[in-house]
Every structure is written in C-alpha cells, then in structure tokens.
Design a protein around this ligand. Structure first.
Ligand code: PHB
Ligand code: FE
Length: 339
C-alpha cells in the first residue's frame, strides 16, 4: 500500500531486535522485553512491568483493550504525538524514535515518582509490538472490529489471526478511485448499521479537455462498507491537509494526546468525547457531537470517544512538518481560534 511522505505511518521494522521468551507452559503466550519494560499476557490480562524506586512496578490492562490499542499503535506507525493505552501506559512518537512510558502522563503516579520512560528506535519498538500483537491475538479475535462483530480475546493461547492484524490502513495519494490510487472497496458488504446509506455514485461530467482530472466518489457509500472501527484512513490529500474519515463503534481504544490541533467533523449519528489534560489526565471537558457538528481538538489535550450506534467521523489532520515543535515552544497557541 502506498504511504505518504508527509505522514508518520510507515516506519521500518527490525525483526532481529525482538526479545521474546519461550511460550509460557501454562498459558501458551510468549513474554516480551523492550529495554527495561517487560510484557506478559495471561488468560485475561496484558501485564506491563517497569523499574521505579528500586522496585518492579506492575500494571494490568484487560487483554482485549490492550490488543485494540496495540493494533492501532502498530497500524498508525505510532500516530501523531501520544497514544495512551489507558491512564498509565502508552507511547509518544518522536518520528524516528518512540518513547514508551508508564505513569509519566498520569498526574498521581508522576508525583509519586513511580513513572518510567524509555526511548527506542522506531524499527525496534515496531518489530516488538508487531510480534506481541501476533502472539497475543487468538483465532476469532479481530482487534480492529467492533465488539459485537468479533469473538473473544480471552483464554489460553489458541491459534492466531494474522489476516486481521495485517490489514493495513488505507493511505491514498490523492483520492480513492482515481487511476493508480487506492480502490473504492465495493467488494466489502454494507455494515449492518449503515443499511440506509444510498449506494449510488456521483455522475462526473468534465468539460472536454478535463477528462481524467475531475473525480468524485460517494464517501458515505465508501464508509458504509468499512470493516474496521476507529481507524482513520487517509482518503484525500491536498498539500499537508489530510482528510481521514473513519467509522466508529464502541470506544476509541486509546486516549490520543495531540501534538497539533486536529479537527473532527461528525458526518453521521453521535460520538461523545472525553477530553483531559495531556500531561496529567485530569478531566477537562465532555463533548457530544451530532451529525453536522465540527470541533477542534486543541494541541494540549488527550481525547477518547464513545459511539453506541456505528457512526461516521471525518478526522482532519494537518501534516505540516515541525508543527509539534512549534506548539511545544509556545510559538503557536494550543487552539486554532481565540474567542
Ligand atoms: C483521534 O485520535 O483523533 C482519533 C483516532 C481514531 C479515530 C478517531 C479519532 O477513529
Ligand atoms: Fe486525536
């Protein structure tokens, strides 16, 4: 799949850097080591261990939640800024290197000094996270799917689901359906939640001489056939402006911490967003977005969304290089408009 030079989503991979244990005799799962972090999974939990204050600290995350977050972190190439798996554990993208942290962006743990951060070359963490995702995902569990559309993540190791994990995020060069660009995916069935979405394509009638230059497609039809949730795909590119629509059901598996402003346009139905302080996780706002609503997510927050009925969301990303440094230095205010 073609990837954009302007996007952080295509890091290299270093299979020889993966440090794994033999499968555990009782559970069948391998353990993984990344620097001073240790990762193990059992029937119900993923457990992360790290050193702090001369002791080993442990944090448990339900296996399904962990795998859903891990799937996004891997598929998005560590995304823009922070990917918090929960209130404790996560990654921060430095575009070439990635911080892995536990407690470092949790106000209480940070104050108690039990936090830990270590930085890795992107290929090393990518290879380790991919190996963990493969080993820990059982047959029948699809970390990209809505809970109602997949089996259980729990239990001792049974089989695998490489097909689900290897699905890559679509990154279009200009627009789906253009010659030599990504396909329109008419082969996928319409999702049960979008049975009422019209499936007709727009008629394109270019003036003579403009054939092949003017293009349009039915974005609602396209999204109605998405088989994944909470996975923005780059479907139009205009300079550094990326339109990344996505279909959302249940909970965004991460709290995304922004390193730039991003815009949300609610295309259908409803999403509730919890917004919190980026550094501490302290709650800041709750937003209900209904079809037609638009909002800017500031550069100094983290956010997580909830959608009961599968909905369509347009995430508008600004891939201008050096934005993170300009927000971090205070050159740019964390919000796009001052009222
Ligand atoms: C976001 O972090 O902005 C985000 C991520 C995934 C989605 C929607 C929004 O599906
Ligand atoms: Fe975000």
């Amino acid at each position: 799949m073609a990837m954009l030079d302007t996007s952080p989503h295509s890091p290299a991979f270093a299979a020889d850097k993966v440090v794994a244990t033999a499968p555990d005799a009782a559970t069948g799962y391998k353990g993984f080591r990344l620097g001073a972090f240790e990762f193990i999974r059992d029937e119900y939990f993923a457990k992360v261990h790290w050193p702090a204050k001369g002791q080993t600290r442990t944090h448990a995350i339900p296996a399904d939640a962990f795998l859903r977050a891990l799937m996004r972190d891997v598929a998005w190439g560590f995304f823009y800024g922070w990917v918090n798996f929960d209130q404790v554990f996560g990654t921060r993208n430095h575009y070439g290197k990635v911080d892995v942290y536990a407690g470092s962006f949790n106000g209480v743990m940070k104050a108690a000094g039990v936090d830990y951060t270590e930085t890795f070359d992107t290929p090393t963490i990518m290879a380790t996270f991919k190996a963990m995702l493969h080993d820990w995902t059982n047959a029948g569990f699809d970390p990209f799917a809505a809970p109602e559309e997949t089996g259980s993540a729990y239990g001792r190791k049974h089989g695998e689901n490489a097909a689900a994990i290897e699905r890559s995020r679509i990154a279009t060069r200009r627009m789906p359906g253009l010659p030599d660009d990504s396909p329109l995916r008419d082969d996928l069935p319409v999702n049960r939640a979008f049975a009422d979405v019209p499936q007709d394509e727009p008629q394109v009638l270019p003036e003579p001489g403009y054939e092949g230059q003017l293009h349009a497609f039915n974005l609602f039809k396209y999204l109605s056939r998405s088989d994944v949730t909470w996975n923005p795909s780059v479907t139009s590119v205009c300079g550094a402006s990326l339109f990344c629509p996505t279909t959302e059901e249940f909970i965004l598996p991460v709290f995304h911490g922004n390193d730039r402003v991003e815009w949300f346009l609610q295309l259908s139905d409803e999403i509730v967003w919890d917004v919190a302080d980026k550094d501490t996780g302290a709650p800041r706002a709750r937003i209900t977005m209904r079809a037609g609503d638009i909002c800017a997510m500031p550069a100094d927050i983290r956010h997580q969304g909830y959608s009961t009925k599968r909905s369509m969301l347009l995430v508008w990303e600004n891939a201008t290089p050096d934005l993170p440094a300009r927000y971090e230095s205070g050159e740019l205010p964390p919000y796009p408009v001052a009222f």
